[in-house]
Every structure is written in C-alpha cells, then in structure tokens.
Design a protein around this ligand. Structure first.
Ligand code: NDP
Ligand code: GDP
Length: 325
C-alpha cells in the first residue's frame, strides 16, 4: 500500500486529492495547521474526515515537517499548502512569502534531511504567467507574476526545479490554471458568484458586488485536476506540466451562465465595486495542455457550463438548508 502526505489537506484541492488517493488504495496523511476552529468541512463534505490521518504542522515550521515525514513515512508528498488568495497577498505580503515561497523550501529541505527519494509535487500556478508573454501559455512561456502571491509561487516553482537539478530529487511542478468546485473558498470569484446567485434566488441578498468582470480565466473542475497531480508523480522522469482546459471565459460570461441557470439576468444584480479591483491585474489566462494530454494522457473532462451548474446547485442546497435552521 502506498502512502501519501498532503499539505493543505483542509483546502479545496487537498480534500479532492485525499479522496482520490484513498480510492486508489493509498494510506493518506494530511498536515493541518493549528487553528482556533476546526476546519475540516471539506473533508466532511466528501465523507473522508475519519479516513485520513491528520498530523499537526505548519509549512513555516520546519521541525514540524520533519516530524510529519517521520510519522507518515510517505512515498509521495503533495505540497498544496499556501496563502492562496491573490487579493490577500497585497495585504499580507510577508506572510504570503513565508508560507507560499519559503514553505516550499522548508519542505524540500525536510525531505533532503529525512529521505530524498520521496516523490514531491509542488502546486505551481498560472498566476506566474501574469502579464502574459504568449497568447496561449505552455510550459516554456516566460513568467511575469503580477502579485506577491504570483511572485511567491514563482520562487516555489524554481526552487523545486533547482532541487531536481541540484540533488536529483523527484520533484514535479503542476502549473495548474484556475480550478473550481463546490468546495472552492467563498472569496474566489466563481464561488462568490454561485453563492450570490443562490442567495439572490432565495431572496436573502439583493445584489452581487464584483470587481473587474472583464478579466478572463481558463477555468476547470478541481476534481479533474487532482488526477493530473497524481499522474505527474507516476512518471519515470519528473517534469513540469501545464494543466488547463484550453478555453478562456470572462467573469462577465461566467456570471451569465450562473444567473441564467436560475432564470435570472446577471445585469439586474451585478454591481461593480472598485473595492474589488486589484493593484495589478492578470487580464487574461489561457493554457495549452498538450504536453499533459500526450505524456500523462490527461484531459479536462468537465465543461465550464457543467462546473458552474454543479456549483450553483450545491449553493442553492446550502442556502436552502441554512434557511431551514
Ligand atoms: P486553499 O486556499 O483552498 O487551501 C490552502 C491550504 O493550505 C489550506 O488547507 C490551508 O489550511 C493550508 N495552509 C495555509 N497556510 C498554511 C501553513 N502555514 N501551513 C500549513 N498549511 C497551510 O487552496 P486550493 O486547494 O484551491 O489550492 C491548493 C494549492 O494549489 C495552493 O497552493 C494554491 O495556491 C495552488 N493553486 C490553486 C489553484 C486553484 O485554482 N485552486 C490554481 C493554481 C494553483 P487552512 O484550511 O487551515 O487555512
Ligand atoms: P485568481 O485568478 O487566483 O485571482 O482567482 P479569483 O477567483 O480570485 O479572481 C479571478 C478574476 O476575477 C481576477 O481577475 C479578479 O480581479 C476577478 N474578479 C472580479 N471581481 C471579483 C471579486 O469580487 N472577487 C474576486 N476574488 N475576483 C474578482
């Protein structure tokens, strides 16, 4: 039986990845940062809270990572822990760098001290492309991050490449484009919209305040994307891969899909609020997943329409349940 350690297991991807690895017969360990409130709602939602072994630790605290590696004795480590919200990265740039950049180095060094043969996945991101240098971004597209988050992730990306080249470690960067689900954090735009649609439909909210709705993203379904993470660590040779759908859509058109699903017109509810504009914006992202398709035999299965409908339906149910209380 293979063993995996997931940092960020309480987040969106961590929960889906844990469920998928359990289904593949893995023994799954998760690193959880100590919070004043339990934050296991996603593991609960997927019905796996008691199937995974949780270990307290923090990626900014290297001894805790070494302890976790000793306890879990993993074959594979998936480093998903991050301060992952772009907007917050301007408000807490130092924290973002400590967690999202140096956290990666802490884990790589912990691996080197315990067992450098453990396979390592790093959660890289399309945010590293930022001010895009090519119309469609692939593994060789130059980077130009636009936020402290993007800059931190770029450090994590290159330090993982460097440990592969310096020490022959098995490290892979998954350059994942935006991926969403009913488990997405409420602060991200897709979930903010689907939750807003549900609240407006249930007459709990009158309007939805958003920032730059002309921004475009290549959105996929998180449940599809975690499969790609696992596939990367099953290859003979460690490499980096872009994971994307190859289609880009504006926030405006995504709103249209979500509101239309409940028979409403987004124009009647969306209010532009400059409070949600960013100091520097990533206007458009669109990924080329050819390498993943050819080498990993991976493709995105879920369309944006299917994804948004899935999210709206889940939020309608949540709001209905809240109303009953
Ligand atoms: P989430 O924000 O949902 O999850 C982040 C996780 O990291 C949470 O479990 C959080 O714990 C944990 N965490 C935060 N700080 C620390 C710390 N100091 N020590 C240990 N754990 C910590 O992100 P996603 O699941 O959406 O994304 C997973 C990874 O993939 C992240 O690294 C993200 O940056 C990256 N990524 C995500 C994309 C997306 O579209 N979703 C796109 C590309 C990359 P807690 O719950 O306690 O806060
Ligand atoms: P990101 O790509 O990781 O920054 O994911 P987000 O979901 O946070 O944002 C995607 C895009 O939506 C960005 O270009 C934001 O500027 C834009 N956007 C527009 N309005 C909002 C909003 O109210 N909240 C968020 N989070 N993003 C918004």
């Amino acid at each position: 039986m293979k063993r995996a350690l997931i940092t960020g297991i309480t987040g969106q991807d961590g929960a889906y990845l844990a469920k998928m690895l359990l289904e593949k017969g893995y023994e799954v360990y998760g690193l959880v940062a100590r919070r004043s409130n339990c934050n296991y709602w996603r593991l609960n939602y997927l019905g796996i809270e008691h199937e995974v072994e949780l270990i307290y630790g923090d990626v900014t605290d290297q001894p805790s990572l070494i302890t976790a590696l000793h306890k879990a004795k993993p074959d594979e480590v998936y480093n998903l822990a991050a301060q992952s919200f772009v907007a917050t990265s301007w408000e807490q740039p130092v924290l973002t760098s400590k967690v999202t950049a140096l956290g990666v180095l802490n884990m790589l060094e912990a691996l080197r001290m315990t067992n450098s043969g453990i396979r390592f996945y790093q959660a890289s991101t399309s945010e590293m492309f930022g001010l895009i240098k090519e119309e469609i971004q692939c593994e060789n597209t130059p980077f130009h991050p636009r936020s402290p988050y993007g800059v931190s992730k770029l450090y994590g990306h290159w330090i993982s490449v460097n440990y592969r080249e310096s020490f022959g470690m098995y490290t892979c960067n998954g350059i994942l484009f935006n991926h969403e689900s009913p488990l997405r954090g409420i602060e991200f735009v897709t979930r903010k919209v689907t939750d807003g649609v549900a609240r407006i439909k249930h007459e709990w909210q009158k309007e939805l305040r958003l920032g730059n709705i002309d921004a475009k993203r290549d959105w996929g379904y998180a449940g599809d994307y975690v499969e790609a993470m696992w596939l990367m660590l099953q290859q003979d040779v460690p490499e980096d891969f872009v994971i994307a759908t190859g289609r880009t859509t504006s926030v405006r058109d995504m709103c249209k899909i979500a509101f239309e699903h409940v028979g409403l017109n987004y124009k009647d509810y969306v209010v532009i609020d400059p409070k949600f504009y960013r100091p520097a914006e990533v206007d458009i992202l669109i990924g080329n997943p050819t390498k993943a398709r050819e080498k990993l035999k991976w493709t995105a299965k879920t369309t944006l329409e299917e994804l948004i409908v899935m999210m709206v339906e889940a939020d309608l149910e949540r709001v209905a349940n809240e109303k009953k209380k």
